[in-house]
Design a protein. Structure first.
Lengths: 411, 257
């Protein structure tokens, strides 16, 4: 059944596809409502996808990224023919398996084995084909002992494992996956991920929607960033993701800007001190002095602390700390520890103190910044916890907290 | 043509949905699958008691007459009820996974059809016990069953698709089937119907259908050619029109559900 494709031919062709959704404010399903409230049937047309063209070669692995509502999942549904486009055409060559929903058609009262048959048949497999695969499926799911028990006795993890095993053993030519690699425990997830790589290596074309950029970087050859129903950027994941993260980072810092302007209303728990000297604004910027919320590992980052000093205090200690989002303190320093000047900064009625980090070596992830202005004896004038969130990205996948300068040698 | 080919590729899905329907219908009950036979048997007994003992209808072996008409009718009702809601109740599947949408009504109708076949086992038993037995005319039965299946399927295609857009349909159809029961010659022989009303009865596609079943199983003669032609026409029109209407309407299912 597998179509004979030359290497040059495209297995998926999406030509100028657009999709609109009609959103009814007050949808009426029944005759009575339709007759009585026909004038109330106001609706709005939302353009979910706008003139999208994508071509995918056989064996290629494509990652779709974007914010919620950007149209990624709709694209996947169009590819799987769950929905039809309003205009344009989609050509797919070969069997398409869609892993949007796992365990479709599972019946709790039937045994695992029977459910495998039902579920696999929904993917369009014939009895013979399922017979051939049943052992692989059961083996992959690691549910040998339980396979003849009714599915209702399964834990949710077992349920998903069985469902995933069916889906991944369908032997499709095109595999569409929507955010489902978070199945089961860590060991099973790793197994799934390896299986995906194996499937990819066997020449199956994969389209993957994920918010985990790391996953896409590990498996995909090409990444497409959807923004408001259009393709914002496409190319190698390592080329596209920095732009995407930068965009997302700007959105994050943008929202925190408001919070800063609103210093008086800052959360009491995350900010304390006598306020004799007060932080008015904290800003992160890059080498060019451009304010930013996203930085590349190893690139320079500047922290600027703006303050006012109405009480004419003469000197103070400035400091910052960086926490990972899971509350691990990555780094902290202040002018006293660093013995900058004589440890204390002479104050003016208002001013700015900056700290330049030449190589910000934090690895990819999200971080919180704390800033503080203290007296020499650690009395807090103003301590602002979590005043800013920023994000790091990296073009390589190194792990941990911060990158240690290193090089490899063969001796 | 392509969509029919695809439907064939998904045959296992139809089988497994039918299997699931039949197997889980009586799941948890003590008699389990036996209910499939006990149900029609009890129905037969109740009918014989009410009509032959209490109401004393004068027709020879009236309970057989009625049962022969009732079985295709029950199938027809199931089509219009379970069949009509098949797409809406399968919305979880439809929204999340691709398969030819025709599978859903086909599976529901097929499950109802299987149930009717099981009931027919009881009917053959009754025919035998009553002394009527089975004659050569039984060779017409497969043809009639095929036509009945096509008629039910065709109508289910139309109604299940329309029900997505207008959910009142399932309730409207409930009332229509109830009244249709009385304009189908199941309780009474067609000879009792006044001449001027006959036309009305023939608008009902189930009239010629039931007549043909009665000819073959009760009167044990070849069905009237006229009846047969009308039945074939109804079944063919329903199936073909139903198919195209369904295919036309199914494109927007996901948005509407």
């Amino acid at each position: 059944m597998k179509p004979n494709l030359s290497q040059e031919e495209y297995i998926i062709e999406i030509n100028h596809v657009s999709k609109d959704f009609t959103i009814y404010y007050d949808k009426s399903y029944t005759l009575k409502e339709r007759l009585l409230f026909w004038q109330r049937n106001r609706s709005e047309v939302r353009h979910v996808l706008k003139d999208i063209s994508i071509k995918v070669k056989k064996g290629e692995c494509l990652g779709l990224i974007g914010q919620n509502g950007a149209g990624k999942s709709t694209m996947l549904k169009l590819l799987s023919k769950i929905m039809y486009p309003n205009s344009g055409e989609i050509v797919t060559r070969g069997r398409v398996a869609c892993l949007i929903e796992l365990g479709a058609g599972f019946h709790p009262d039937m045994s695992g084995r029977e459910n495998v048959y039902t579920n696999a048949s929904i993917f369009g497999l014939t009895k013979k084909e399922i017979d051939k695969r049943i052992n692989d499926i059961i083996e992959f799911s690691e549910l040998e002992e339980f396979i003849d028990n009714p599915v209702r006795t399964y834990s949710s993890g077992m349920y998903m494992r069985l469902a995933f095993s069916v889906a991944i053993n369908v032997d499709a030519d095109i595999l569409l996956i929507d955010e489902i690699l978070a199945v089961g425990d860590a060991a099973f997830q790793a197994k799934c991920f390896n299986k995906m790589k194996e499937i990819k290596a066997s020449g199956v074309t994969i389209v993957l929607v994920s918010h985990s950029l790391g996953q896409i970087e590990q498996i995909c050859d090409r990444s497409i960033w959807f923004k408001d129903g259009a393709i914002e950027r496409e190319g190698s994941p390592f080329d596209v993701h920095p732009y995407y993260m930068e965009y997302m980072g700007n959105k994050i810092s943008g929202t925190h800007e408001n919070k800063q302007n609103d210093a008086d209303h800052a959360d009491k728990e995350s900010r304390w001190g006598s306020r004799e000297v007060e932080i008015t604004k904290v800003e992160l910027s890059d080498a060019a002095g451009e304010p930013k919320g996203v930085f590349k590992t190893g690139a320079p980052m500047t922290i600027s602390i703006h303050y006012t000093n109405p009480g004419h205090i003469t000197e103070a200690v400035f400091g910052f700390s960086i926490f990972r989002v899971d509350e691990i303190r990555c780094y902290g320093a202040n002018t006293h520890i660093d013995r900058f000047g004589n440890g204390k900064i002479p104050l003016r009625p208002q001013g700015v103190v900056t700290c330049i980090i030449d190589h910000n070596n934090l690895v990819a992830g999200e971080y919180w910044l704390d800033t503080e202005i203290n007296r020499e004896d650690d009395f807090h004038y103003d301590f602002w916890k979590k005043c800013l969130k920023f994000r790091m990205y990296s073009d390589i996948g190194d792990a941990g907290i911060a990158r240690l300068d290193h090089k490899w040698e063969i001796l | 043509m392509n969509s029919l080919k695809e439907l064939y590729a998904y045959r296992e899905m139809i089988f497994s949905l039918v299997r699931k329907d039949l197997r889980t219908r009586y799941k948890g009950s003590v008699l389990g699958f036996l209910w499939t036979f006990v149900n029609p048997l009890l129905q037969l007994i109740v009918n014989s008691v009410v009509f032959s003992v209490i109401m004393r209808v004068q027709m020879d072996k009236y309970y057989i007459y009625m049962f022969v008409g009732l079985l295709p009718w029950i199938f027809f009702c199931n089509c219009l009820q379970a069949g009509t809601t098949s797409v809406v109740s399968g919305q979880d599947l439809i929204k999340k996974i691709y398969f030819p949408r025709l599978v859903l009504p086909i599976a529901t109708v097929s499950a109802a059809f299987m149930n009717m076949l099981f009931s027919m086992v009881v009917m053959f038993g009754a025919l035998y016990v009553s002394g009527k037995g089975i004659t050569d005319q039984i060779i017409y039965l497969p043809l009639l069953l095929l036509l009945l299946y096509s008629l039910g399927l065709g109508l289910t295609f139309v109604f299940s698709a329309c029900n997505v857009y207008l959910r009142d349909l399932e309730h409207i159809l409930g009332i229509i089937t109830m009244s249709m029961f009385y304009v189908t010659p199941i309780l009474y022989p067609i000879s009792m119907v006044p001449e001027r009303l006959l036309k009305v009865l023939y608008v009902n596609p189930m009239t010629p259908m039931v007549l043909a079943f009665q000819d073959v199983l009760y009167y044990q003669r070849a069905p009237h050619l006229d009846t047969l032609v009308i039945v074939i026409a109804y079944a063919a029109i329903a199936l073909v029109a139903g198919y195209f209407i369904f295919q036309r309407l199914q494109r927007n299912f996901v948005e509407e559900l």
